[in-house]
Design a protein around this ligand. Structure first.
Ligand code: FAD
Length: 289
C-alpha cells in the first residue's frame, strides 16, 4: 500500500518534535524498520504528517550518572553492541543486541522504536524489563516540553498498544545500575539464530552469590499479548540455590504464568515447550555466571 504524506518534518530538537505532535495527525519515524514494513503492508501509521526524529542528536547515546543508566530513544542496536557503559553495567543489553536482526537493520533500528512498536516479541524490551527500566515520555503542553516517567512494566497494554498518547514522544529509557554480582541472561528461539522474530524469548536476572539467586527477575516475550514479568516464577526462584533439581522445580510455575497463542510462527503447545526448555537453559547460564 502506498501512503502519501502531505507534510514532512525533520525535527532537530525535542521541542520541535513535540510541537509537531501537538498539532495532531503526525506519525513518528525513527529507524523506519518497523514503520516502513507496516505502512506498506497495512497502512498502519498513515497520517497527514511524517515526523522524522532521527536528527535529534540529544536522543542518541548511553550515559551513566549517579548510578543511573540512561539510554536515548534514538540509540541504535549497533550502538548498544559497542557502548562501553552497556558493556560494563548492563551487558545483557549487548547480548540481546547480538541476537537482533542483521547488521543493516541494527544500524537503523532504535531502542525507542522497538519499545513503541509494542510487539509482544520485541527483543530489547526483555532485558530492559529484567533491568526494571522506566521510560520517559515527552509532550508539548502549555507552551513547554513536559515529561513523565512510566515503568516499562506498565507501558504495554496489548499487541501494538501502549500507554503513550498520540502527542507523546518516547525520549529515553533509564534504570539503576545493577548491583555487584548481578547476572543477566537473554535467550531467544526462532528457526534461525538471528534475523528472526522470536517464537519465544526469555530474560533472567538477579544477584548470584554462592550459587544462590536473589532479586530474581524473569521476563518472557511472545507468550502473552505483551511482554511479561513472571512474578510467581521470580518468587519461586528467590533465594534458591541453582542446580539441576531446583531449576526443574520452577518450570511448572513458569508454565502456569504464560498464555501463548498459535500463529504462523509456532503453536501454543510448542511455545509452552520452549518456555520450559529455554527457562532451564537460561537459568543454567545464570548459575554459571
Ligand atoms: C528484517 C527485519 C528483522 C528484524 N529483526 C528483529 C529482531 O531480531 N528483533 C526485534 O525485536 N525486532 C526486529 N525487527 C523489527 C524492528 O527492526 C525493531 O522493532 C526496531 O527496533 C524498530 O525501531 P525503529 O527505530 O526502526 O522504529 P520505527 O520503524 O521508526 O518505528 C516503530 C514504531 O514506533 C514509533 N516510534 C519510533 N520511535 C519513537 C519514539 N521515540 N517516540 C514515539 N514513537 C516512536 C513509530 O511511530 C512506529 O509506530 C526486524 C525488522 C526487520 C525489517
Amino acid at each position: 500500500m502506498m501512503i502519501e504524506y502531505e507534510n514532512y518534518v525533520a525535527a532537530t530538537s525535542v521541542a520541535e518534535a513535540t510541537k509537531t505532535l501537538a498539532e495532531g495527525n503526525a506519525t513518528v519515524v525513527a529507524g523506519g524498520t518497523d514503520l516502513m514494513v507496516q505502512t506498506a503492508a497495512s497502512g498502519r501509521g498513515a497520517n497527514t504528517t511524517l515526523l522524522n526524529i532521527r536528527r535529534i542528536s540529544d536522543l542518541r547515546g548511553v550515559a551513566l550518572d549517579g548510578g543511573r543508566v540512561t539510554i536515548g530513544a534514538l540509540t541504535t542496536i549497533t550502538d548498544l553492541l559497542t557502548d562501553g557503559v552497556v558493556a560494563d553495567a548492563a551487558s545483557i543489553l549487548a547480548d540481546t543486541a547480538n541476537r537482533f536482526a542483521s547488521n543493516q537493520i541494527r544500524n537503523m533500528a532504535t531502542v525507542g522504536g522497538n519499545i513503541c512498536n509494542a510487539s509482544p516479541a520485541g527483543d530489547m524490551i526483555i532485558p530492559l524489563l529484567v533491568l526494571d527500566a522506566d521510560v520517559e515520555l515527552s509532550a508539548w503542553r502549555d507552551g513547554a516540553v513536559t515529561t513523565r516517567a512510566v515503568a516499562l512494566n506498565e507501558f504495554f497494554t496489548g499487541p501494538g498498544k501502549c500507554v503513550k498518547t498520540e502527542d507523546e514522544l518516547l525520549t529515553s529509557i533509564s534504570f539503576n545500575r545493577p548491583a555487584e554480582g548481578f547476572v543477566g541472561q537473554f535467550g531467544k528461539t526462532g528457526p534461525r539464530p538471528a534475523l528472526e522474530i522470536s517464537m519465544v524469548s526469555v530474560g533472567v536476572g538477579g544477584i548470584v552469590d554462592n550459587g544462590g539467586l536473589t532479586n530474581a527477575r524473569v521476563v518472557y516475550g511472545a507468550v502473552a499479548p505483551t511482554p511479561i514479568r513472571a512474578a510467581k516464577t521470580e518468587a519461586a526462584l528467590e533465594g534458591l540455590s541453582l542446580n539441576e533439581a531446583s531449576i526443574q522445580s520452577v518450570l511448572d510455575v513458569a508454565d502456569s504464568e504464560v498464555n501463548p497463542i498459535s500463529d504462523v510462527r509456532a503453536s501454543d503447545w510448542y511455545r509452552r515447550h520452549l518456555v520450559r526448555v529455554m527457562t532451564q537453559e537460561v537459568l543454567q547460564n545464570v548459575a554459571n555466571g
